[in-house]
Structures are given as C-alpha cells and as structure tokens.
Write a protein that binds this ligand. Structure first.
Ligand code: SAM
Length: 208
C-alpha cells in the first residue's frame, strides 16, 4: 500500500522550489499546491479498497468536504464531519465558513452528517469510535494531544484497514517543527501503521 500511496502522491507533487532541504527553513505555506488533488486521489483509493465511511475532522468552508462527498457517493458511503465552527484565525469568519459549508454540501445532504462540536467532547468521542472508516482526514485544532486522541478513537474499530490523513504537520502551537512528525512516529509504534510523507507535501498518511 505504501508504494501505491507514494505513487499517487508523486503524481501531484509540489514544485521543488517551494520547499527547502532544511525543513525549518521551508515556508509554512509549503505543500498547498495540488494538495486537494493528492488528498482526493488517496481518499478515492482508500475508499475503493476498504470498508467504511469517510470522516473529516475540521471542515472550514466545506470545499474539501464536497470532494469527499463525491467519493462517498461513488462508493455508496457517507461522510461524517466534525467541526464546531470556531474561529481559529482572525482573518476567517466562522459564520461565513458555516454558510459556505452548507452551500457546498447541499447537493449531498443525504450522505453528509455534520456534528458541530470539538473532537474532545464526549459525544464527538463516541461518534469517532462508532464510525468504521475507509478514510480519516484530520485538520481541526493542530495540537499533539488533540490529534493523538483523534487518531486513537478513529483506530478503535479498524486500525488494520483505512487510511488516516493528517494535515498541517508543521503546526503545533509553540513546538512548531517536529511535534506532528513525533506524533506520526508515536502512532506508528503504537499501532504498527505504515506511513507516507515527503517534504513537498503538508499532509502525511498513516496506512494499515
Ligand atoms: C484550518 S481549518 C481546516 C481546513 C481544511 N484543511 C481544508 O482545507 O478544508 C480548521 C477547522 O477546524 C475546526 N476546528 C478547530 N478546532 C477543532 C476541534 N477541536 N475539533 C474539530 N474541529 C475543529 C475549525 O472550526 C475550522 O473549521
């Protein structure tokens, strides 16, 4: 599976000049170009080859959700979205994001379930454990403990199948550069996951 994911990611690679050999000098905006194409192709591959639904943690304006819905519809699955629609950044308007999310997902209202709470709430925890996933996309509150909990809960049902995509691997409050990569390493050890990431992409993949 790692070879297949690597091949799909390499089809949509960031141009070499947008990132540096030294990771700490790489601009924070790295890996955005063609990211949607990468995520789409890996989600499609995961959903085609594994049982279960798609979960998205952190949905913002629903642009990515729309793509997940397309895939879910193709394979007769559903998309579970968890997002409290809180302001994470002063330039973003929460109500605008929520409105855009509703507009983007309106054509798929029969297969989208939106749970409007943080992932650390009791009900979100229960929901994450209940859903069997083919693909999990994680991009909510970028903190080690929060993402560790999300990975643990989404792995309850099936850590032997499905793919987990962890976005924004450089952001983690004060400890910027390494902590999301540490998280990968810790979860690889804990669950014997496979793993694919390269310096040209801002998201990484945990594989069964
Ligand atoms: C940066 S945006 C994610 C955008 C996504 N990468 C995309 O391309 O569509 C972060 C989102 O996570 C949500 N969020 C923040 N904290 C969260 C939490 N604890 N649980 C779930 N979602 C959260 C915010 O409301 C916001 O919509």
């Amino acid at each position: 599976m790692i070879d297949k994911v690597k091949m799909l990611c390499e089809q949509y690679q960031e141009p070499r000049d947008t990132f540096k050999d030294n990771f700490s000098e790489t601009p924070i905006s790295f890996g955005r170009k063609k990211q949607r194409e990468r995520i789409y192709s890996i989600c499609d591959y995961a959903t085609k080859n594994n049982p279960g639904d798609i979960i998205q943690i952190g949905c913002k304006d629903g642009e990515l959700t729309k793509l997940f819905c397309e895939i879910a519809q193709k394979y007769d699955r559903t998309v579970t979205c968890i997002d409290p629609f809180i302001t994470v950044n002063r330039t973003e308007k929460t109500s605008e994001n929520y409105f855009k999310f509703l507009m983007n997902t309106a054509p798929y209202s029969d297969i989208v379930h939106l749970h409007m709470e943080e992932t650390s709430s009791e009900l979100s925890d229960a929901l994450m454990q209940l859903v069997e996933y083919s693909f999990v996309y994680i991009s909510g509150l970028n903190k080690y403990d929060v993402h560790a909990n999300e990975i643990d809960l989404c792995s309850v049902k099936n850590h032997n199948s499905g793919i987990i995509c962890l976005d924004n691997i450089r952001k983690d409050g004060k400890k910027k550069d390494k902590s999301m990569l540490d998280l990968y390493q810790d979860k690889l050890n804990q669950y014997s996951f496979g793993y694919y990431w390269n310096q040209g992409q801002r998201e990484g993949y945990l594989l069964p």
